[in-house]
Write a protein that binds this ligand. Structure first.
Ligand code: NAG
Ligand code: NAG
Length: 432
């Protein structure tokens, strides 16, 4: 009892709470060590099901705390949430949590050392090298790891607690009515004190995928409404600041559905009818110190704020002065985004050879979604070891190529495209 009280005191002083299983570290991070030896991508997948990534370390104080956490659990080496794309150069290393390039690093001399290793990074807790970071082959070595999730607000009544919100499925709210149309589902969510779920990050996508894992549910209706064709607002009034629309979906409708089928790249959204009865998910904000009634909101976010991510399906240049926006020969192109053949959408493609080095952050694999495809010589997609994943030519309906890791290379030679009447390609790049 005393311990509980003390704990409550500490957490309230720290002003944050962590989901069950996670501890508050340095008063601001929610961390959990997992002691099973997993390869890098498996470790990331385990963290993603908890709504997080491998731990991101941004200060020497964080580094010390993570070292202590790992050492006290008896782990000699742990994966951490850093991925590097070039040898001996920390300017190509990125944090897992989508905050960009490293602002702090604990690399041991001679690291990162990617050639022959891969871009993954682990921390040692052994006495001599305690707290230092090293490169390691991502998919060869298994080791323990530390997951990090966003801090949240404590709520003992909440089963699915993430980032200050509590989530409940339709089936959990009322087992007799697990599937409803948009309007009825939203009414059920309002009765619960929230709204149909809005989504604002890839970790949130992953957290929701985990809620429905093994549930048999293959699609849910989200809390979005079209106010113009193909243009959505979240019903809870939050900004539409993250777009995970399936680039290959051709369905139309006034509602957004999230795919939860068993395919590896599930979680993406497509348009659908609001009349259709579907499984659903409610999301309510947890208020510190008590239950809240949430006001339905009619506020529309400002139009300018919508374009944080491109509307991928129709991504075309706005800056007409740019001669080329193909991203041909870029040294490193980070998803999400769009690449095209050189000169696209010019119907007479100029003759050139292009290479695209595409990547996404360490926790994810990279998906290439060809939305328009018309070439003579093949467009070849390689994995990060140079093995061919796919090679396609001629006119094709939209299709996807899923990377084996977070890096792919694409090549195309447009030498004969214009000669034989082919018009080039456009592809949306998304993490999954
Ligand atoms: C690191 O890489 C960047 C981008 O590739 C490059 O501009 C820079 O010169 C490199 N620095 C070193 C020390 O190699
Ligand atoms: C891309 O790089 C290749 C090989 O270096 C070069 O032949 C080609 O002209 C470049 N393409 C463009 C559009 O810059």
């Amino acid at each position: 009892m005393k311990f509980l009280l003390l704990f409550a005191l500490i957490s309230s002083v720290a002003c944050i709470a962590c989901p069950p299983g996670f501890s508050v570290v340095n008063g601001q991070k929610c961390l959990r060590i997992l002691r099973n030896n997993l390869k890098h991508l498996e470790a990331e997948q385990d963290c993603s099901y908890l709504g997080g990534t491998l731990v991101t370390i941004k200060t020497a104080i964080d580094n010390r705390a993570v070292t202590n956490l790992a050492a006290s659990a008896g782990a000699q080496n742990i994966w951490i949430g850093v991925f590097c794309y070039a040898t001996g150069n920390t300017t190509t290393c990125y944090h897992d949590d989508n905050t960009g390039k490293l602002t702090y690093n604990g690399f041991a001399a001679g690291n990162p050392q990617i050639n022959g290793n891969g871009g993954c990074v682990y921390m040692s807790t052994a006495t001599k090298t305690s707290g230092q970071w090293f490169s390691a082959p991502c998919e060869v070595i298994g080791m323990p790891f530390v997951c990090e999730v966003p801090p949240t607000v404590a709520d003992s009544t909440c089963t699915h607690n993430f980032n200050g919100y509590c989530y409940a499925t339709g089936a959990e709210l009322d087992p007799n009515n697990p599937r409803l149309n948009y309007q009825s589902a939203q009414a059920a969510c309002q009765a619960y004190g929230g709204n149909l779920a809005s989504i604002h990050s890839k970790p949130e996508v992953d957290f929701i995928r985990a809620i429905f894992r093994n549930s048999g549910v293959t699609q849910i209706i989200l809390g979005a409404q079209a106010f113009l064709p193909d243009t959505f607002d979240w019903v809870d009034g939050t900004n539409f600041d993250f777009d995970y629309t399936d680039p290959l979906s051709s369905y139309t409708g006034d509602c957004l559905m999230m795919d939860l089928s068993s395919r590896a790249n599930n979680g993406m959204w497509s348009e659908g009818s609001c009349q259709y009865s579907n499984a659903f998910l409610c999301k309510r904000k947890i208020m510190a110190g008590g239950y809240t009634t949430v006001r339905p909101t009619t506020k529309k976010p400002a139009m300018e704020k919508r374009n944080v991510n491109p509307k991928f399906k129709k991504a075309l240049p706005h800056r007409q002065e740019l001669l080329d926006f193909s991203n041909c020969n870029t040294t490193l192109y980070m998803a999400p985004g769009v690449i095209t053949s050189f000169g696209y959408p010019n119907t007479k493609p100029p003759v050139t050879k292009c290479t695209w080095n595409l990547a996404t952050l360490g926790p994810y694999r990279i998906g290439v979604y060809f939305t328009d495809f018309s070439v003579y010589n093949p467009v070849i997609v390689y994995d990060e070891n140079g093995n061919t994943i796919s090679s396609s030519s001629y006119n094709k309906s939209p299709f996807s190529v899923l990377g084996k890791s977070n890096i792919v290379k694409i090549t195309h030679d447009s030498a004969y495209d214009a000669t034989y009447g082919y018009t080039g390609f456009s592809a949306t790049i998304l993490p999954f």
